[in-house]
Design a protein around this ligand. Sequence first.
Ligand code: ZN
Length: 427
Amino acid sequence: MTHPTTREARTALRIHGARLVDGTGSPPVDDAVITVDAQGTITYAGPAATEPTTADRPADLRVVDAAGRTVLPGFFDCHVHLAYAHGSPPGRRAELDPVLVTLDTVTRLRQTLDAGVTSARDLGGLSTGFRTAVESGRVVGPRLSTAVRIISHTGGHADVRLPDGTDLSAGMSEIADTADEARLAVRRVLREGADLVKICATGGMGSPYDQPDDEGLLEEEIRAVVDEARRHGGKPVAAHAQGNAGILNALRGGVTSIEHGYGLDERALDLAGEREAFVVPTLSTVYAGIDKETMPDFHYQKKTRWSGITKENIARAIEYGARIALGTDAAVGPHGVNLMELSYLVDLGMDPMAAIVAGTRTSAELLGVADRLGTLTAGRTADLILCDGDPLRDIGVLGDPANVVCVVQDGVVRKDLLPAAGPAGRR
Ligand SMILES: [Zn+2]
């Protein structure tokens, strides 16, 4: 089945004149050339001066003059909730007609892609149908991996039940209170096609009756989750973990990534380093996710109390050289401005080049796709963006989607704000 409305034709591409920041952390290349073949594979990325001469030019080669712009890999957002509107607590979704949820989710997919994010990992609430819809060309959006649901203990961060027992999670919660139940919960989400497993190792901000320092699943339960995921092809495990005790439980249990990590101390950093675990600090929730007007009071109080702690600890993690990947927790903060997260990382001491690597190569490593995505080198898949200005001088340019003038995904131009190419531009 083909879906002609969204399956734009691929053409071979030649981008010239841009400054190349390739996602590996190598120094930028001025006056670079990037060529992409008609199958969507990068055939060259480097200085114009050393571009190999090819005998024949593809007939419908699209040539892009990108002088004054920077070309970068398509970015990753490793922590989003695309099925939820910004500022709307999980319970509110249950009030909406599923059709509206779906249509709004499709809009958010497009906004996220237009922000420069060509790959996104959804950590709760998004069914695998959206992943299939993007893969099959039914809708346009970042290529998706999804945890589908969140495993939490009774009364834990993702248990969204009213006192009368009504479940407001709209199918997002998976409850487990023993190691055996944790295994069963993993099997349930994998049955639905989840790409990874999401657990709650601590309480959180948006849950009314727990604190970020409260512990979630027990270490032995986390170990059971990790083992069950391993038995199914080695699926990664992402742990919502804010307070340090739960962070340590999650790391000792063997998770792949610490999500938020607001309270992590030096011991946790050492352990994360030993275990080669990733940290996804979701600073957008601190910098852009606090709004007294719309948040319940308990949520506002917790966020403001934790804001300073978060900045201090994540700044230390950056200085320490933790393996940081980019994630925003979009839905807690606004959708479609995902790359603002880069500015927050830089605000806490990260070098702009390192922030770009966090959002590209390191994130691709977390998702297990670094052999084809996350860097711009020959042989990789052509996921790339063009942005106005120089993000190495002002990382903030990437945070405004208006500056992201072109988004190419898998060799297909998905967003194009470039000046219309005249006859000379399309040779
Ligand atoms: Zn989240």
